[in-house]
Design a protein around this ligand. Structure first.
Ligand code: TUI
Length: 315
């Protein structure tokens, strides 16, 4: 059975995190993943403090196992969410899309295990110094808000730079990806896109179908001009956004306005034309709906078999 230091640190069975996908990762999905032995994570991005509190309490009713909350640092509610997770005694936090430095002291004092997403070695080092329990090194293959470096280049550098456990994210959706991540120095993985089509995931059916139908070249990154690139499935919205981004007659304010509400339109309404459907480059490999437990089993058993057989490469 696959086991790693992150399992002991968090009290989970399998070293698999479910990404805290904005507008998608709710209490039901997080509890399903945690009940299956992974770490389920509730998205803080789309909730104000009280909405998040309700989700945390709901997750507690659905599972006795540890789960986490993702604090999306660009969210207008980040500060209130940062306080609610302390009040609700959430055991594990991940952060995304920024530097959580100003919250670290309060979270550490509350005994929360903080696991920031980092897209660079510099931020990983800074987070270790600030008391992070582990870091998630997320490559640009990921869906949603992305950094510039690939998982292949980022994970070994981060693993070499910090002594806390490193979780790999970005471009991982099966046992091969997980085995590779462990070889790069990670001790666990985070997956978003594969859990997006989990049976317990309540995202709009159109979104699931788009992921299931995606090919290897069906994602694109937009938003570089405003400094926060997002990877999403190619669709009329993403193409139009990219065109406007390269048009100097379009102001930054107009671009911001174009993006507003696009994640919600995709996740809740399944609006194929006007929604933004974040997904990782690995979407092309995600081809079936399954319960969260089957996903975790498939990925871990796949990785285990590959790792056991890896001696074939050594004479
Ligand atoms: O956060 C994510 N993925 C997301 S957030 C999101 S919602 C959104 N809404 C509007 C605009 C943009 C996004 C959808 N997907 N992943 C974690 C992540 N964090 N990926 C990359 C980073 C990151 C990048 C740079 C973290 C820190 C960083 O540097 C910050 C600094 O100040 O050094």
């Amino acid at each position: 059975m696959l086991q790693s230091p992150i399992c002991d640190l968090l009290g989970i069975e399998y070293p698999v995190f479910q990404g805290g996908m904005a507008w998608i990762a709710d209490a039901a999905l997080a509890a399903a993943v945690s009940n299956a032995g992974g770490l389920g994570i509730i998205a803080g991005m789309n909730s104000n403090g009280e909405q998040l509190r309700a989700q945390v309490r709901k997750a507690r009713q659905l599972t006795d196992r540890p789960f986490g909350v993702n604090v999306m640092l660009m969210s207008p509610y980040a500060t209130e969410v940062a306080q609610v997770v302390i009040e609700e005694k959430v055991p594990v936090l991940t952060t995304g899309a920024g530097n959580p430095g100003k919250y670290m002291k309060a979270w550490n004092e509350a005994g929360i295990k903080v696991i920031p997403v980092v897209a660079s070695v510099a931020l990983a080092r800074m987070m270790e110094r600030a008391g992070a329990a582990a870091v998630i090194a997320e490559g640009t293959e990921s869906g949603g808000h992305i950094g510039e470096t690939t998982t292949m280049a980022l994970v070994p550098r981060v693993a070499g730079a910090v002594s806390v456990p490193v979780i790999a994210a970005g471009g991982i959706a099966d046992g091969r990806g997980m085995a590779a991540a462990l070889m790069l120095g990670a001790c666990g993985v985070q997956m978003g896109t594969r859990f997006l089509v989990a049976e317990e995931c309540g995202v709009h059916e159109n979104y699931k179908q788009k992921v299931l139908k995606a090919r290897d070249i069906d994602t694109m990154a937009t938003g570089r001009r405003l400094g926060h690139p997002v990877r999403a499935l190619k669709n009329p919205f993403a193409r139009e956004y990219l065109k406007k981004e390269y048009d100097p007659s379009v102001s930054d304010e107009e671009l911001e306005a174009l993006g507003a509400g696009s994640l919600r339109r995709a996740a809740l309404e399944g609006d194929e034309k006007n929604g933004s459907f974040p997904a990782g480059q690995i979407a092309g490999m995600v081809t079936r709906k399954e319960p969260a437990a089957a996903i975790i089993r498939d990925v871990c058993e796949g990785a285990e078999a590959l790792l056991k057989g890896a001696g074939k490469w050594v004479r």
